[in-house]
Design a protein. Structure first.
Length: 376
């Protein structure tokens, strides 16, 4: 389980949290702690990695329109989602095989860090230590469960029942992985993760259709999230099936290459949904300003993927917690500088098209980072 961790690297975060004062410091420390295979798993994507770069480009092509001379002495970054107060409208997005980044069992470390802070965590069905043990690790955290379909209807229903029994706030079906993509960083090294060797039932994901969405909605009351929506047409079909959450995602650029950036897709989905469902989005989000852009554009929750992996690899549970603290600090300062005191005051009038100033890459949000993005 600990294939990615060099044994000498057991990071302890001091009570003062002085080790990490900028988000890029997590990335730098993660690079020290991880072997090349695990590193490429975080930073890489499918084939030419174009979709991944477009995720960052889409964010960088949005500028702010700040308002001034408003009283912003008190800024509150919290929101209410799933009937719970959250310190930020942030969910730690589902990442498979998180256990390779932390010897303690990463899914549990991540959910504890998120729970301590007050953010949501979505557990991937292919991340250890599994649904029940993660619930035991953080029973009071806002937990969501994401499924890759690896069996028939009986398999799906069993997973839904287990999520309900363990008090997960919502159930998520991932729908953009009908075929596993070509991850060329792995192929070039002839590297196959242990979790991929254990994977079975891939044909069920290939055969997944809307009938499974109907099955879940007809039989279970738990809120349903559909992850991997990338067009208004599919958003409309999801609404017809009564789906409560539309999850805009391109899998971090790790599935279909040459897709659109998530923030280029989001306005289309917002226009199609028209408030009839809630909207999640992920894909390249790793700064407080990124979160603000998504919420202003109409999203309700922003998923944090790679940033959570870097924080976890850098300092485990405490790293995840500290990363969220720094995101909150960035959010509060940016909201105040925009002239608003809460996310509720934001709308798309605070956004404006712009020209990106950084060459898009997995690291373009961190100009002080001294890591070569494509070295392997």
């Amino acid at each position: 389980m600990n294939e990615a961790i060099r044994p000498a690297q057991n990071v302890e975060l001091g009570a003062s949290n002085e080790e990490f004062q900028n988000l890029h410091e997590f990335v730098r420390k993660a690079r020290v702690n991880l072997n090349q295979n695990a590193w490429d798993y975080i930073v890489g994507a499918a084939e030419t990695e174009t979709t991944m770069r477009r995720n960052r480009m889409a964010l960088d092509e949005i500028a702010f329109r700040p308002r001034v001379l408003r009283n912003v002495a008190e800024v509150d970054a919290s929101v209410e989602r799933f009937g719970r107060k959250m310190r930020l409208p942030v969910m730690l997005a589902p990442v498979g095989a998180l256990e390779i980044f932390d010897p303690q069992g990463a899914a549990a470390s991540v959910v504890r860090g998120a729970g301590r802070f007050g953010a949501a965590h979505m557990l991937s069905s292919v991340s250890e230590p599994g649904l029940e043990k993660v619930a035991e690790a953080a029973p009071d955290a806002l937990r969501l469960f994401q499924l890759y379909v690896r069996g028939d209807d009986v398999f799906v229903e069993d997973c839904v029942r287990r999520a309900v029994a363990n008090n997960y706030a919502a159930f998520c079906l991932t729908v953009d992985t009908a075929h596993y993509s070509r991850r060329e960083r792995d192929i070039a090294k002839r590297y196959v993760r242990a979790s991929r060797n254990r994977a079975t039932g891939g044909d069920f994901q290939k055969g997944l259709e809307w009938r499974t969405v109907k099955l879940i909605k007809d039989k279970y009351k738990i809120p349903l999230i559909i992850k991997g929506i990338a067009t208004s047409e599919d958003a409309a079909i999801a609404l017809e099936h009564g789906v409560e959450w539309i999850y805009v995602s391109n899998h971090g650029g790790r599935q279909l290459d040459h897709g659109r950036g998530a923030m280029h897709v989001l306005p289309e989905i917002v226009d199609a949904v028209k408030g009839r469902a809630k909207i999640m989005v992920d894909g390249g989000f790793c700064r407080g300003s990124d979160i603000i852009k998504a919420i202003a554009a109409g999203a309700d929750i922003v998923g944090i993927g790679r940033m959570q992996c870097w924080a976890l690899a850098a300092a485990g549970e405490n790293g995840v917690h500290r990363m969220l603290e720094l995101l909150e600090d960035e959010v509060i300062r940016s909201l105040g500088l925009l002239g608003v005191t809460s996310f509720a005051e934001l709308n798309k009038s605070y956004l404006h098209p712009a020209t990106a100033t950084n060459a898009p890459s997995v690291f373009s949000a961190f100009p002080l980072l001294d890591i070569e993005p494509y070295r392997y």
